[in-house]
Structure formats: C-alpha cells, structure tokens
Design a protein around this ligand. Structure first.
Ligand code: HEC
Ligand code: HEC
Ligand code: HEC
Ligand code: HEC
Length: 388
C-alpha cells in the first residue's frame, strides 16, 4: 500500500472507532466478585452512573410520628375497611403519606370527593384500598423476598399516580394471513432489554406459572426437552430480570451451569421467591381490578397494568438502595396470611400439559405456540364477557 491509500483508510477507520467507542462506558468500572475465585462470577458497576441516578432512588423521609391514643378510625369514620384499628391521628398520617407517595400534585381529592371523605364514588379510592391490602400482604407474607425492608406505595409509585414501570399484554403481532407470524420477536422493547427475544415472557412467567427450566442434566436430549420457544421465553425473562436490577447474570448464576442451584449465589433464591410473589400480586390484586379502571388506564388488549421486577427495583439491586420502608409505617404490615383471597385465582396454564417431551423439536415448538395463541384467545373472550 502506498501512503495515499493508507491515508484513505485511516480517516474512516478513526471515525468508525470513535463511533464504536461512543457506545462504551468510560473506565474505571467497579467490579464486584459474586462467586468463587476463578469462576468469572463478577458484576460490573459504573460508579459515575450510580452517582448520576442516586436522587432517583432516594427514599423520602417518613412523616413525624402520630399519637396512638384516642378513638379508633373505625369508630369515627364511616367507610373504613382496612385501617380501622388505627388511632385517628395515625390514620390521618397514613392518608397524608399516601398523598405524598401517589398524588402529591392532586392532593386528597385524587381519591376523595371534595368535602365527603366517606364517598366511594372515585375509582382511585377503591383501587387504593386494594393497594393497601396488597402492600400489607407483601410486608406480612413475602419476607422471603422483601426481607425486613418491605415496601410502601412509594416503592412502586415514586410520587406518580401510576408507576412508571408496569406492563400490559402485547398487541396482536400476526400479519395478514399467509404473511407469517413474527411470534412476538425481533422488535426492540424494554420488556426484553432491547434484545430480539419474545416480548410475551411476562404472560407465561409473571402471570402464568409455566416452569422456568430449559437445561437437561446430560449432554443428550434424553431427560429434558424444552422447545426453542420455551427457551427463548426463559432467556427473555432473564434479560428483564438482569435489566431491572441493573446486574449481570452472574449475580444469580454461575454461567457454566445456569440451572445448578448448588452453584448459585443466594440472590437467585431471593429472585425465585420474587417471581412467585409477582405472579401472586398480578393474579390476586391487579387483574381483579380490571373492571374498575377507566379505559384510558388499560392496555391495548384491555388489560390492567401489571407488576414486573422493574416496578419496584427500577434498575437497581435493592429497591431504594435497601432503605427500610416499613419501620415508620407499622400499619402497612398486615397480619400473616390475613388475606385469604390471595389464592382465589386459577393459574393461566397447566404445567402438566406444558411442553411435549417426545424429542420431536418441531412438534413441541408448534404445540407451545398453539397454546400461547389459545391463552390469548381465552383471555380476550373472558375479558369481553366481564365487560358486558
Ligand atoms: C391515593 C388515594 C387516597 C388519597 C390521596 C387520600 N386518601 Fe383518604 N382514603 C383512601 C382510602 C382507600 C380510604 C379507605 C381506607 C380503608 O378502607 O381502610 C380513605 C379513607 C379516608 C377517610 C375516612 C372517611 C370515612 O368516613 O370513611 C378520611 C377522613 C380520609 N381518607 C382523609 C384523607 C385526607 C385528609 C387525605 C389528604 C391528606 C386523604 N384522605 C388522601 C384513599 C386516599
Ligand atoms: C436476579 C437473579 C437472576 C438473574 C440476574 C438472572 N437469572 Fe437466570 N434464573 C434465576 C432464577 C431464580 C431461575 C429459576 C427460575 C424458576 O425456577 O422459577 C433462573 C433460571 C435460569 C435458566 C434456566 C435454568 C434451567 O434450570 O434450565 C437459565 C438458562 C437462566 N436463568 C439464564 C440466565 C441468563 C442468561 C441471565 C442473564 C441475562 C440470567 N439468567 C440472569 C435468577 C436470575
Ligand atoms: C408493587 C407495586 C405497587 C405498590 C406497592 C402500590 N401500587 Fe398502586 N399501582 C400499581 C400498579 C402496577 C398500578 C397500575 C394499574 C394500571 O394503571 O392499570 C397501580 C395503580 C394505582 C392507582 C390508580 C391510579 C390511576 O390514576 O388510575 C392508585 C390510586 C394506586 N395505585 C394507589 C396505591 C396506594 C395508595 C398504594 C399504597 C397503599 C399503592 N398504590 C401501592 C402498583 C403498586
Ligand atoms: C414489591 C416490590 C418488589 C418486586 C415487584 C420485586 N422485588 Fe426484588 N426486592 C424487593 C425488596 C424490597 C428487596 C430488598 C430486600 C432486602 O433488603 O432484604 C428485594 C431484593 C431482591 C433481591 C436481593 C438483592 C440483594 O442482593 O440483596 C433480588 C435478587 C431480587 N429482589 C430480585 C427480584 C426479581 C428477579 C424480581 C422480579 C421477578 C423482583 N425482585 C421483584 C422488592 C421487590
């Protein structure tokens, strides 16, 4: 090559490298070891991004304590179903806190008719009552996930009427007959951390109870055959979990054996409980509210906004950096298993008829897809029936 040709290459080469590097994070990056030395289990974190986002994850100060003496709320007010045992002062303190957490701009009248607190005419009041029950249920019965930290309305709402992170069913993705079906894939979406994986993993795992397991114990496909579709859905969920917590897969897995529990850090167990918790919250608390919400709050398929890992975590490993949320609000901790309605729902899918394990990959894939379509059809017709 002569100098002129070399020059002709250097310019574009520099431009291309600059363009590639723009997408990189500037070093140094903190790396935390998450497993035994030599296993490559590490979680990189950028301290500058952490600083930048710090304010977003700051928990608000608790309101000053209220007196516990005097008559109970149930003796003074008309329509109190959940917080009746509180003193009137504490009841009002919780109302003020809820206002700060959910409707700081609109104030009390976001849930109340002006001048008539007992009225049940505004739907947000009915929703809030159920949200109170849900919050109390999480804090009382999901210690396996939320620990001593617990949650308040703020954990999800952050001062907004509707949490920033929630999910709806996808719109029908099929094209006109004969033009193929995209299978909910290959479109960028925050649900899959912008990967090309399917966008309907939440339906299967954070609402339905399909098994999340794709690996067999041997190299041969003898003991365990998961379809390609099932595998893609699993990876899609895993991308969401990593993304919602802002962590690498290695915070929960030793990537030489994703399935092996005995090589997994304790975070994986916490996450396992988290998946079950989210399923329950969506089925027992959110879905039954569908008919109460006005149309503009529902998704394109007429479904209610539902919870995923990001609803609480919002990009970090411990929501609000692990700030204790419940100590200052003991009234947001319910009684253990007080809410018997929690089991009042049926699983969307029956795991026993899940994936065909006859070793025929194509058949298995087809039947899983067929099932998925039926799931949508059933859900839609149920929804239409409910609305009539
Ligand atoms: C995000 C919704 C929401 C906001 C905002 C809110 N409340 Fe409430 N309020 C409720 C719910 C839900 C109940 C019923 C609680 C229960 O059943 O235990 C209630 C009940 C009440 C009652 C009892 C009324 C009765 O006679 O039954 C009073 C009083 C009250 N709220 C005052 C307030 C005040 C004052 C504010 C503003 C500082 C406020 N609320 C803000 C949701 C809200
Ligand atoms: C926050 C913890 C967490 C993170 C992060 C995470 N996983 Fe998982 N993973 C789990 C849990 C929990 C299960 C088991 C789920 C169940 O059984 O309900 C699982 C299951 C799996 C499985 C199925 C294993 C089997 O038994 O067949 C694979 C594969 C997998 N994860 C891959 C990944 C990949 C790839 C990433 C990174 C993109 C990742 N995971 C990130 C917690 C996590
Ligand atoms: C685990 C997450 C979570 C917690 C905790 C939570 N919420 Fe919600 N809330 C949601 C989701 C998700 C929706 C959205 C449903 C939709 O829009 O379809 C919602 C919707 C609402 C709405 C309806 C808002 C509107 O304008 O339509 C109100 C009011 C509300 N929540 C009040 C509360 C109160 C009060 C608390 C605490 C006692 C609370 N929430 C705790 C997740 C949560
Ligand atoms: C209702 C709110 C909420 C939702 C939804 C939620 N989490 Fe959590 N999660 C928490 C809280 C609170 C903690 C902190 C517990 C503590 O401090 O001990 C936590 C802790 C964790 C931890 C342990 C972090 C650590 O290193 O200590 C993991 C892992 C985790 N969550 C994964 C998940 C996954 C995966 C999902 C979705 C399937 C999920 N969470 C959904 C509230 C939530």
């Amino acid at each position: 090559m002569n100098t002129v040709t070399v020059r002709r290459f250097i310019g574009p080469a520099l431009l291309i490298s600059a363009a590639v590097l723009v997408g990189c994070e500037r070093p140094p990056v903190d790396v935390e070891q998450t497993g035994y030395r030599g296993t490559g289990m590490q979680n990189p974190e950028n301290p500058r991004m952490r600083e930048r986002d710090r304010a977003r994850h700051e928990a608000p100060d608790a309101l000053s304590e209220a007196s516990d003496s005097g008559p109970r709320a149930s003796e003074v007010y008309e329509n109190v179903e959940v917080l009746g045992d509180l003193s009137v002062a504490e009841f009002q303190r919780v109302m003020r806190a809820m206002t700060e957490w959910v409707s700081p701009e609109q104030g009390c009248n976001y849930c109340h008719v002006d001048g008539d607190f007992a009225s049940e005419d505004i739907y947000t009041k009915a929703v809030s009552r159920r949200m109170l029950e849900m919050t109390r249920h999480i804090n009382a019965n999901w210690e396996a996930h939320a620990g001593e930290t617990g949650v308040t309305c703020f954990t999800c709402h952050r001062g907004e009427n509707v949490p920033e992170e929630q999910w709806f069913y996808e719109e029908d993705d099929s094209r006109f007959p004969g033009a193929g079906n995209r299978q909910m894939q290959n479109m960028p979406s925050s649900k899959t951390a912008q990967s090309s994986l399917p966008r309907n993993a939440f339906d299967a795992y954070l609402e339905g109870d399909r098994e999340i397991s794709v690996q067999g114990d041997s190299a041969l496909p003898t003991d365990h055959v998961a379809s390609i579709q099932h595998t893609e859905l699993t990876y899609s969920l895993m991308m969401h979990m990593s993304d919602s917590l802002g962590v690498s897969c290695q915070v929960c897995h030793n990537s030489r054996a994703f399935g092996a529990w005995d090589q997994s850090p304790p975070q994986r167990t916490t996450a396992w409980h988290g998946i079950r918790m989210v399923r329950e919250l969506n089925n027992a608390y959110l879905n039954p509210l569908t008919s109460i919400f006005p149309d503009h709050r529902l998704g394109p398929q007429g479904d209610v906004g539902k919870i995923n890992c990001a609803t609480c975590h919002q990009g970090i490993q411990q929501p609000l950096y692990g700030a204790n949320m419940v100590d200052a609000y003991p009234s947001l901790v319910g009684a253990a298993d007080e809410d018997t309605r929690e089991m009042d729902w049926e699983m969307e899918t029956d795991p026993s008829e899940e994936i065909e394990t006859d070793g025929d990959g194509e058949m298995a894939r087809f039947s899983a897809e067929e099932q998925e379509r039926q799931l949508y059809a059933e859900r839609l017709s149920r929804y239409l029936d409910d609305r009539e």
